[in-house]
Structures are given as C-alpha cells and as structure tokens.
Write a protein that binds this ligand. Structure first.
Ligand code: SF4
Ligand code: SF4
Length: 474
C-alpha cells in the first residue's frame, strides 16, 4: 500500500502506485491541454509530482518535446545560471563481494583487483589536483573485510590532509555500499559532502534478478538514504542505472523517492545522477532488453529537471562529448571531467605503465577528453566551468541549501563562486588559449551577479585572486 511517509521501501516505492501512475499518464498524455498545462506549471519552477511526471514521460510528439527541452533549459538557467560544476570520480578499491550482472567489477569477473594504499591514494590525489580538481567522488566496491568503513574514513582523512602549492581537494563526496546509521554518522563526522548511492533499479523483481551477494537486499538498499539522513547526512544523491528496467517505471519511482525524503526529512536529494547502462568487461550489455535510446534519455533528463528544479543533476563520462552537450542544454548542472574509472588510473596515466597497477574500468567511457579540453568545450558552448565547493564548507547543506535554492537566492552564490573558482583554475592550470577565453567570460559575467552587494564582494574577491590569494568564496 502506497505511503509516502512509510519507512518501508515497499510502501514509499509502492509497485501498484508506480504502475497506476504510468497507466494514468498514458491516458492523460493524449490530451494536449493537460500536457501544456503541466509545462506551464513547470516553467514557474514549481516542480512536478510523480503522477505529473508520468504524463510527460509519455510525450512522443516532436514539437511538444522541443517545447519541453526549451522549458527545461529555462528552468535550469533560472535557478543555477550557466555554471556547470566539475568533479572527478576516484576509485579506491575494486574488490567486490557482489555479482551485479551489469558491472565490470562483479566478483565472478577474473580481473586484477587492487585497493589503493594511502601512499597510492596520495599519488592519485596529486594527479587529480594537478588537473585542477577540487571536488572528488570516492568510489569503492563492496567488501567489508578488505574495504572496511575504517579504510574509507582513513582515505577521506588522507585526502583532506593533502595540501599542495596551488590548492587542495576541498570537498569529498562518497559513493559506497549501503551501510548502517552508525557508519553514516562516521562519514558525516569525517566531513563528507554528499553521500551518493545509485539505486540501480526501483523495480524489485529486476533488482533481485540483477544482484547476488549482500547487495541483493532491496529494502536495505532502497532505505539507505533514510539511514543516511538519520545519521546526520543531509545532502544525499540518488539515481537509477537507466537500462536495467523500463525508464518510465524508474523515473516515476525516482520521483516517489524524492517525495518520500521530502515528506519525512523535509529535504529532497541534493543530486540525482544519470548513469546509463553501457558496455563493461564481461558484461553482454546487448542482452539487457530495456536499454534507453538517446531520444528517450534526453526526455527523461528534461522531465526530471522540470520535476525537481532545485536538485543538481549529474552526468558521468559515460556519454559522448556531443551528447553531453545536448544534455547540458536541457538540465544537467554537474559533470565529471577527465575521469578514470579504474583503481589507480590517474597516477597510471602519468607513469610508465609497466611499473604500475593495472587499470580495469568499471565500465567503458565515451568521453576521453582531458579536463582542460572539457573546460574549453564548456566555455565555447557558453557555460561557466565551476570548481565551487562553497555551500557545504559554509554549512549551507540540507534544508538551508534548499531554502536558498527555492527562493532563487542561490544564483548570488553559484555565479560568483563559479567565476572565482574558474579564475583560480585559469591562473593555476590553464594554457594561454583558455586564459584568454576565460578572462573575457569572467569579466563579462561578473556584471550579471543579481545582488549588488554580492556583485561588489565578488569583484573584490576576483581582484584578490588575481593578486595571488586563493579560496575566497561567497
Ligand atoms: Fe560491486 Fe558495485 Fe559493481 Fe555491484 S555495482 S559488482 S556492488 S562494484
Ligand atoms: Fe554548488 Fe553552492 Fe557552489 Fe552553487 S554555490 S555551485 S550550489 S556549492
């Protein structure tokens, strides 16, 4: 029985409610006035319910889809402006006791396994810092013995302790297996930013079919964000792996998950990720019957942007540069750049391959560009690359962050912080071509900070950064 406030995953993601929403959506989507009415509501950044989302997911008319993409872009720019936040994933360990059918790290795969030592981790962090990264997402397979919570905590400490001439990693987000309230509390105390856990699929029979090992516990996995919130982590990130089951089901259920977190904890997810099923070592991905084509995937991104205007939407390097560009245009607000999805991959790029540990990726990448080229591409497309980590470091998390986002005030933080961190990037990591392009953009855009006081402070900070100061933020 559907109950948004229940703490039982089978009730807040009630299968009957998902199916009834899809069924109703199918009927209502035939009425153009209803569809246009929903688009008008979405344009005001009021968000959409899971029932309304089910209607928009059924849209198949090219003209209405174009209108939807246009509005999604407007909504994104109204809240976040043109900034795109950049981060890098960092793989700590590929030991895993699970056998997820879609993953290259599944335990039945005979690949080389490795867990970073603290010294190797420092090398990875050095390599990432040299690329200009300030925000990392830690990833690890599930293995309580080899990759315990204590190991993860030690890694977080090591990363925050590494200081370089030009800077340091300022925000560590974590994507590790579902765990206990106590362990979430420890992660919070270690100073993590967002806790991210991909749902993989909300469809329970598919979830059970895809998994074996400890992860094959649908309730434990789906209720992880409740435990994270109870452990004091108020910035959480969710997202299904699109392609395991019908995208309509996943998207409606995702919205029900959002509504559940809002109803129980007063704050929805900080981010939603959009991984899409892709080829990986030992994975015959063509045998998955629900792969999502580009057109539908784009629709899903746009619909979610309309449904949750205040949530960061994250894209990984799984998508091609060209398609990434299209998705940025309709709603994505964060993306990874220059990623390695293998353990030890960043340091390996810098070293003689023979002396190094082997890198087997969790999945195959489609965007192989260096961060510098990703950043140039963003600037050429009219975006502002951002290495900002200000909110979490200033205590703007959870409901405090949402209040700012919902009142539109976040633009007075996102835009200046994007420009200030981009200025740092130009000074410390960019080539001459990017410096020229970037400084023009900064000088132009800083005049667009809406609030006069914020603009004046941003200009002051910009001058100070140009004179050598670092880490100034609003
Ligand atoms: Fe292990 Fe995660 Fe891959 Fe599953 S998805 S096999 S838990 S690394
Ligand atoms: Fe993110 Fe806050 Fe920085 Fe905006 S100001 S980019 S919301 S950390």
């Amino acid at each position: 029985m559907y109950n948004v406030k229940s703490l039982d995953a089978n009730e807040f993601i009630d299968d009957g409610e998902v199916l009834a929403s899809i069924e109703e959506g199918r009927k209502l989507a035939k009425k153009k006035d209803i569809v246009y009415g929903l688009l008008t509501k979405a344009r005001d950044c009021k968000g959409l319910t899971h029932r309304e989302v089910a209607v928009l997911l059924e849209v198949d008319d090219d003209e209405i889809l174009e209108e939807m993409f246009k509005i999604a872009k407007e909504v994104k720019e109204k809240i976040y402006g043109k900034r795109i936040v950049l981060f890098a994933p960092l793989y700590l360990s590929n030991y895993c006791v699970n056998n997820c059918k879609y993953c290259g790290y599944k335990c039945s795969n005979k690949i080389s396994r490795h867990q970073l030592t603290q010294e190797e981790l420092r090398e990875e962090v050095r390599a990432l810092e040299a690329m200009g990264h300030k925000r990392l997402l830690l990833e690890a397979g599930e293995d309580d013995e080899k990759c315990s919570i204590d190991y993860i905590l030690e890694c977080i400490k090591t990363i925050y302790n590494e200081k370089f001439e030009k800077g340091a990693i300022r925000r560590v987000n974590v994507d590790i297996a579902a765990t206990t309230v106590e362990n979430y509390r420890k992660l919070k105390e270690a100073g993590i930013g967002t806790y991210i856990l991909f749902q993989e699929t909300y469809h329970k029979p598919t979830y059970l079919e895809m998994h074996s090992g400890p992860k094959r516990n649908y309730e434990w996995h789906t209720e992880a964000m409740d435990r994270a919130m109870q452990g004091g982590i108020d910035d959480v990130g969710i997202g299904p792996l699109f392609g395991l089951y019908d995208y309509r089901y996943e998207t409606v259920a995702l919205l029900m998950h959002v509504e559940h977190l809002e109803a129980v904890y007063g704050v929805g997810p900080h981010t939603i990720s959009f991984p899409r099923l892709l080829p990986a070592e030992g994975v015959d991905y063509k045998s998955f019957p629900y792969l999502v084509n580009d057109r539908d995937f784009k629709k899903v991104v746009a619909v979610i942007r309309l449904a949750v205007p205040y949530t960061g939407l994250i894209l990984s390097t799984r998508e091609t540069p060209q398609f990434r560009r299209e998705l940025l245009d309709i709603g994505i607000s964060q993306m990874s750049a220059g990623s390695s999805v293998g353990v030890g991959g960043y340091a390996k790029r810098k070293k003689d391959a023979e002396k190094c540990i082997e890198e087997t990726p969790q999945f195959n990448l489609a965007d192989h560009r260096k961060p510098l080229d990703v950043v140039k591409g963003l600037v050429k497309d009219g975006y502002i690359p951002s290495y900002c980590t200000a909110c979490y470091r200033l205590g703007r998390t959870g409901d405090r962050f949402m209040a700012l986002a919902k009142s539109g005030q976040i633009a007075n933080c996102c835009l200046p912080n994007a420009l200030l961190t981009f200025e740092e990037y130009l000074a410390d990591y960019a080539d001459e071509e990017l410096k020229e392009m970037g400084r023009d953009l900064i000088d132009r855009e800083i005049q667009n900070v809406p609030n006069q006081k914020a603009r004046a402070r941003a200009l002051d900070y910009l001058n100070r950064i140009r004179n050598g100061e670092r880490d100034l933020r609003l």
